[in-house]
Design a protein around this ligand. Structure first.
Ligand SMILES: [Zn+2]
Ligand SMILES: [Zn+2]
Length: 91
């Protein structure tokens, strides 16, 4: 996952996923590293649960842990993150 912070680009396998509640139901969700989360911790909420841990493969549409997916891109509230699973990336 890559931090969504401007001019940050920090990459980690697991990262907080946050959203701004003031944006309501249309709020987008963003991956954020610890360094970028700190200054806005009072403004954002962390997305709970498996949303940040599992995603779908763009190739075979199966579910995988984000640890197993490469090229993960964040999804919206209704769509989980998606990426490429090991077997599809090897194909
Ligand atoms: Zn960051
Ligand atoms: Zn796949």
């Amino acid at each position: 996952m890559r931090c969504s912070g401007e001019a940050c680009g920090h990459e980690e396998r697991a990262m907080k996923t946050v959203y701004w509640p003031e944006e309501g139901d249309e709020a987008e969700e963003w991956p954020m590293c610890e360094g970028c989360y700190g200054p806005v911790a009072d403004e954002v909420l962390i997305v709970p649960g498996p949303v940040a841990c599992f995603g779908t493969c763009k190739g075979c549409s199966d579910w995988f842990s984000l640890r197993d997916l490469s090229e993960v891109t964040p999804g919206g509230r209704r769509s989980a993150p998606s990426g490429i699973c090991p077997s599809c990336s090897a194909a």
